[in-house]
Design a protein around this ligand. Structure first.
Ligand SMILES: [Zn+2]
Length: 274
């Protein structure tokens, strides 16, 4: 994505993505959002205004006018959402805190004298710079809430730019043991074809020692090792529970700390079915 002046993407977030719209505004991106707009109106507005539609709605992305100008947000988790949007649009924070979080309008600097009485006295006394939203009138200053925002943003974006180790943060390995190779293959195949995991390695035989209902067991078992995105784990876990023959199957996820960038990208592509 070209980051030249004027080439920054503009967004229209659907009704489920209010928090994401707010964080994009925090970064200074033009991010429209309305809870009261219909899908059809949202798409029309986005087309008219040249906005990328951000949506979690699988029906909305299929609307004809939305094809090619919408971006499907996979996760319900705000940090994961921001990482996903960042990965696609290479967000930058060069204009952070220049836009009204409430109404998306670009803020204007305002003389300190003009806001006396408009903010709490201690804020007026301790802050030097203020800006005001010309549309809704809300006043902003570099106070603690802004520092909180910057901290949150830097936590989110620390997943980027620091080399591939941090880029791996969104991925997990999932270990699942099964009674036999057939079960392992059946579960592995389902998980991969249903795009819940990019791949499944099967360790065909190992010995597991455990106590089950008061009895020491030493059983041959198989091990499945899945590679997937953290955002897919809940669905994968649920599916494994359905497919697995055990009353309490082992399903545990461990974070991937580092990885070859191309391999991590391949995980994404596989999950997206490309
Ligand atoms: Zn405003």
């Amino acid at each position: 994505m070209n980051k030249e002046e004027g080439a920054r993407p503009k967004f229209y977030a659907d009704a489920m993505l209010g928090k994401l719209a707010r964080w994009l505004r925090t970064l200074g991106y033009d991010a429209a959002y309305s809870r009261r707009i219909s899908d059809r109106e949202l798409v029309e507005e986005a087309v008219r205004q040249g906005r990328v539609i951000l949506t979690r709605d699988t029906l909305l992305v299929k609307r004809r006018a939305a094809v090619g100008r919408s971006f499907f947000v996979e996760s319900g988790d705000i940090n994961e959402q921001l990482r996903q949007v960042d990965k696609r649009f290479e967000l930058d924070a060069s204009r952070a805190l220049t836009r009204c979080l409430r109404c998306n309008t670009v803020l204007r600097k305002i003389e300190r004298d003009l806001i006396r009485g408009g903010v709490p006295a201690y804020v007026y006394e301790t802050q030097k710079e203020f800006s005001k939203c010309p549309s809704c009138g809300r006043i902003y200053w570099a106070g603690t809430h802004r520092e909180g925002m910057i901290k949150t943003l830097s936590d989110i974006f620390s997943g980027r730019g620091g080399g591939m180790d941090k880029a791996a943060a969104g991925y997990v390995m999932v270990f699942v043991t099964t009674a036999n190779a057939q079960d392992a293959e059946r579960i592995g195949e389902k998980a991969v074809t249903e795009r819940l995991a990019a791949c499944c390695n099967i360790v065909p035989i190992m010995k597991s020692i455990y106590v089950w209902k008061g009895k020491l067991c030493k059983e041959p078992e198989c091990l499945c090792i899945f590679k997937t995105r953290r955002s897919h784990f809940e669905r994968l876990k649920k599916r494994i529970k359905e497919l697995h023959g055990y009353e309490v199957p082992e399903v545990i996820a461990v974070p991937i700390e580092a990885g070859l960038e191309e391999y991590l990208e391949w995980i994404d592509e596989s999950l997206a079915g490309r």
